[in-house]
Design a protein around this ligand. Structure first.
Ligand code: MG
Length: 164
């Protein structure tokens, strides 16, 4: 178990604050390797991604200890969101449906923001309150730093930091 996981468990055991963890999908709990499907725009592309079992086990372990587990992920279109929801049902079935935030950026009714690195912060802030201990796990450094810039109290972590 790495230091970051130990630290989160310590917060959970103290039980003083709610611990909320926002997990990214692609590059975090779903692989970025080459796929059976040819192209990102092809239906089924996101569903065909290999689950990163080591990370998913950690997600579940922390949830079992009391962390609130969120998925926060982008895609372009609604049909890709459907793919991602199916994937989550298969591999991250333990996450509450109301904690799955998947944002198809090219559809209507999504928040529009000039700089992409701040978009996740825009969504996270709707789900957190003062005194929550919040972690964001993402493989994209620009997104991590952008989120921390907008929400300075958030803890940013790369998925690799959970792996021994
Ligand atoms: Mg990613």
């Amino acid at each position: 178990m790495t230091d970051i996981e130990k630290r989160i468990i310590k917060y959970l055991e103290e039980g003083k604050n709610e611990v909320k963890i926002f997990w990214d999908m692609d590059g975090t709990c779903a692989s970025m390797e080459m796929h059976k499907k040819k192209h990102k725009l092809e239906e089924g592309f996101f569903y065909s991604k290999r689950p990163i079992k080591t990370i998913i086990e950690i997600m579940k372990r922390l949830q079992d200890k009391g962390a609130k587990t969120y998925i926060l992920s982008f895609c372009s279109y609604n049909y890709q969101k459907e793919d991602k929801l199916r994937w989550i049902e298969d591999y991250c079935y333990f996450i509450d449906k109301d904690k799955v935030i998947i944002i198809p950026r090219r559809e209507n009714n999504v928040k529009v923001i000039a700089e992409k690195q701040y978009l996740k912060a825009e969504y996270i802030k709707d789900y957190i309150k003062d005194n929550d201990i919040v972690y964001m796990v993402d493989d994209n450094e620009t997104t991590l730093l952008g989120t921390q810039e907008k929400l300075p109290l958030i803890n940013i972590v790369s998925p690799i930091d959970f792996i021994e």
